[in-house]
Design a protein around this ligand. Sequence first.
Ligand SMILES: Nc1ncnc2c1ncn2[C@@H]1O[C@H](COP(=O)(O)OP(=O)(O)O)[C@@H](O)[C@H]1O
Ligand SMILES: Cc1cn([C@H]2C[C@H](O)[C@@H](COP(=O)(O)OP(=O)(O)O)O2)c(=O)[nH]c1=O
Length: 207
Amino acid sequence: MKGLFITFEGPDGAGKTTQINMLKEYLTSKGYDVVLTREPGGTAIGEKIRNVILDVENKEMDDICEALLYAASRAQHVKQLILPSIDQGKIVICDRFVESSIVYQGYARGLGEDKIEAINNIATRGLVPDVVFLLMLTPEEGIKRKKKSGELDRLEMEKLEFHNRVYEGYNRLKERRKNIFEIDATLDIDDIHNRIVRVVESLLREE
Ligand SMILES: Nc1ncnc2c1ncn2[C@@H]1O[C@H](COP(=O)(O)OP(=O)(O)O)[C@@H](O)[C@H]1O
Ligand SMILES: Cc1cn([C@H]2C[C@H](O)[C@@H](COP(=O)(O)OP(=O)(O)O)O2)c(=O)[nH]c1=O
């Protein structure tokens, strides 16, 4: 079998980590070889880049610098981990991918969605996810959830206006993409999981 590439998107605190872990457990129990990874990060070099991006000390970081660092982490990730794993027939589940850059850097930061897409076409070498699960949650609800579960990182500390733009950015993006499967993140955890499993099972049947 050729592998699958599944990504999770959504505003901070939407429940991506929760659902990714549940999906991994489900697929592993069915005997599939699953690779769990995240962005920024996923490789030793990528994790170092992640630390620079998310460091609360880096208040002076330029927006374009930030966008290029995300893309740099992605280029290493695609080459070193994602493409080889797909070639080996594995199911790769990734916490955030290009869509995060288009929404956070392209739309919310205002750098331009087309420009960010162009940078990322180089970074991904044209790799597109088989499905993007978009967990949608209003910014107010998302931040509330995150605060309950611990520390906020640099981007999570951004003002509410930024999170509103992220929410709006995902709403814009989903209209343009056929591979985005949107789910209401306020649903019950098991309900969301079951919806995700149904889509993944249908993709596996197509293999
Ligand atoms: N469907 C849900 N309903 C209510 N709370 C949830 C749901 N999914 C996740 N949570 C909780 O919300 C918080 C953020 O979830 P998490 O999976 O870490 O989100 P993300 O990875 O998208 O930031 C956690 O405390 C988690 O337990
Ligand atoms: C991958 C990616 C993430 N981000 C942001 C979204 C998150 O706020 C942060 C990643 O932190 P992370 O801890 O992974 O957040 P979450 O658990 O909410 O997914 O980086 C971008 O702005 N652009 C990107 O390309």
